[in-house]
Design a protein around this ligand. Structure first.
Ligand SMILES: Nc1ncnc2c1ncn2[C@@H]1O[C@H](COP(=O)(O)OP(=O)(O)OP(=O)(O)O)[C@@H](O)[C@H]1O
Ligand SMILES: [Mg+2]
Length: 382
C-alpha cells in the first residue's frame, strides 16, 4: 500500500487548475479574486480546496463547488476532491471591490470617464406608452446577438418593465458595495424594480432619483461594455437631466409614434439634448402601421411623425438627425415582450423584428470607437 510511487499533483498544479474555475457572477477566475483560501494535497491523492465565498449564503456556492471539483478532479493522481467553504471578511471584500473597480473614493461612473469605449444610448420619448421599453430590450438583445457586450439600465423608476420584457427573473446580488446584475439573453440588466419587494410603488423624487441612477451606474459591476442602453421615463423630467449630468457623453435616441401630436412632444424630449449638449443618435418611429393579411398597410396612428421629429431636430441642432427605422405594429411584439422573449429572438423574421435588428446594426457599428465622441467638458465650468 505504498503511495510513494504514485504521482500526486503539487499544490501549484492544483492552483493552476483552479484558474479554470470562474466566479459565476464576477466572471473572473477565483484565483484572481483572492477566493482560494487554502489547498492541501494529501499523500493519498485526496485534495482539499478551501474557497472563500464573497457573501454568506451565496446562491452560487453549488456551482463553485461543482466547478472546483471538476477542475481539480481532472488532474492526474487525484483520488478525491473536497471543497470547504468559508466566507470573506469585510476587509477581504473591500480588497476585492477595490481590485474590481480600482481604488476610488467617490462612486465613479466608468462610462463617463474620458476614453471610455462604451457607447451609451438613452432612450427617450415625450409621451408614455410609445414603446421605449420594447425598443430598448429589442435593441439590447439584437446587439448582444451580434456579439457585443450589452447592459441595460431601467431608469424608468416608476415604470420598470424592462426585466419582465427581458425575462430577467433573478435578483441582483451584492458583493460588498458592488451589485452584480442579472443577465438575460446575454444582456446585463438592472432595474429599480429589482430592489423593491413585490410591486411596491416607488415614490422617489429629485435627489433620490439622481442617487439611485448614480448607484446603478457606479456600483453595478458591468464589466467592459460595448453598449449601455438607458430606458428613460417619458417626458423631460429629472432623470433626463440626471443622465446628462452623470454621463454627458450619452446619446439620445428618441422614440415616437407617427402621430403628429406625439411628434411634437417627442421633439421637446429631443430638444433637451441641445440644452445639455448631448448628441442625438437618431429617431425611431414605432407603431408605424399595421400590415393586414392582404399586405395592406393600415396607418392606425397616422403617418410622418418620425420624419417630422428627425427633420425638426436636424434643423434645430444643425446636425443630421436621422430617422433610423419605422417599426410596424405587431401583436407578437407585445406578446413576446410579455413572455420575456423579445421579438428579435422569438420571431426574427417578423417585419418589426427586421427593422429593430437593422436599427441595432446601425447603432452597433459605431461601437467602441472614440470617433464622434463628445469631449468631456462641463458647460457650467466656464
Ligand atoms: N410595435 C408594436 N406593436 C405592438 N405592440 C407594441 C409595439 N410597441 C409597443 N407595443 C406595446 O405597447 C405597450 C407600450 O409599450 P412600452 O411599454 O414598450 O412603451 P413605453 O414607451 O416604454 O411605455 P412607458 O411610457 O409606460 O414606459 C406594450 O404593451 C407593448 O407591448
Ligand atoms: Mg417603459
Amino acid at each position: 500500500m505504498t503511495s510513494s510511487t504514485q504521482q500526486i499533483p503539487s499544490v501549484e498544479d492544483v492552483r493552476a487548475a483552479l484558474k479554470d474555475v470562474y466566479d459565476p457572477e464576477i466572471k473572473k477566475p477565483i484565483t484572481d479574486l483572492g477566493m482560494v483560501k487554502d489547498v492541501v494535497v494529501g499523500d493519498d491523492g485526496v485534495v482539499t480546496v478551501a474557497v472563500y465565498l464573497t457573501v454568506a449564503g451565496c446562491p452560487l456556492k453549488e456551482t463553485i463547488t461543482r466547478d472546483t471539483t471538476k477542475a481539480v478532479g481532472k488532474l492526474d493522481g487525484v483520488r478525491d476532491v473536497r471543497v470547504e467553504l468559508d466566507v470573506m471578511s469585510d476587509e477581504q471584500r473591500t480588497e476585492l471591490r477595490k481590485s474590481l473597480r480600482g481604488d476610488a473614493e467617490e462612486p465613479v461612473i466608468p462610462f463617463a470617464q474620458p476614453g471610455s469605449l462604451t457607447r451609451v444610448y438613452a432612450v427617450a420619448s415625450g409621451k408614455g406608452g410609445v414603446g421605449k421599453s420594447s425598443v430598448t430590450v429589442n435593441l439590447a438583445v439584437a446587439m448582444a446577438e451580434r456579439g457585443l457586450s450589452v447592459g441595460v439600465v431601467d431608469a424608468d423608476i416608476y415604470g420598470h418593465s424592462v426585466p419582465r420584457m427581458l425575462g430577467a427573473r433573478e435578483k441582483p446580488t451584492k458583493v460588498e458595495k458592488m451589485i452584480m446584475p442579472p443577465q438575460a439573453h446575454g444582456v446585463k440588466v438592472i432595474s429599480i424594480g429589482m430592489f423593491t419587494p413585490g410591486n411596491t410603488p416607488v415614490v422617489w423624487r429629485g435627489p433620490m432619483l439622481h442617487r439611485a441612477l448614480q448607484q446603478f451606474l457606479a456600483d453595478v459591476f458591468w464589466g467592459d461594455l460595448d453598449i449601455l442602453l438607458l430606458d428613460l421615463p417619458p417626458g423631460t423630467g429629472d432623470i433626463a437631466i440626471s443622465v446628462a449630468q452623470l454621463i454627458p457623453n450619452a446619446e439620445i435616441l428618441v422614440v415616437t409614434t407617427p402621430q403628429q401630436a406625439a411628434a411634437e412632444v417627442a421633439e421637446r424630449a429631443g430638444a433637451i439634448a441641445m440644452q445639455t449638449r448631448q448628441r442625438l443618435a437618431g429617431v425611431i418611429e414605432n407603431m408605424s402601421w399595421l400590415e393586414t393579411p392582404s399586405g395592406e398597410r393600415m396607418e392606425i396612428f397616422g403617418s410622418g411623425g418620425g420624419q417630422t421629429v428627425a427633420d425638426s431636430l436636424s434643423k434645430s441642432t444643425g446636425a443630421t438627425v436621422s430617422l433610423l427605422g419605422q417599426v410596424p405594429l405587431d401583436p407578437r411584439l407585445r406578446e413576446q415582450g410579455d413572455a420575456g422573449t423579445p421579438i428579435v429572438l422569438a420571431e426574427p423574421t417578423a417585419p418589426a423584428a427586421e427593422v429593430l435588428k437593422d436599427v441595432a446594426t446601425k447603432l452597433s457599428v459605431r461601437a467602441r470607437g472614440l470617433a464622434g465622441m463628445m469631449l468631456n467638458v462641463t458647460p457650467t465650468r466656464r
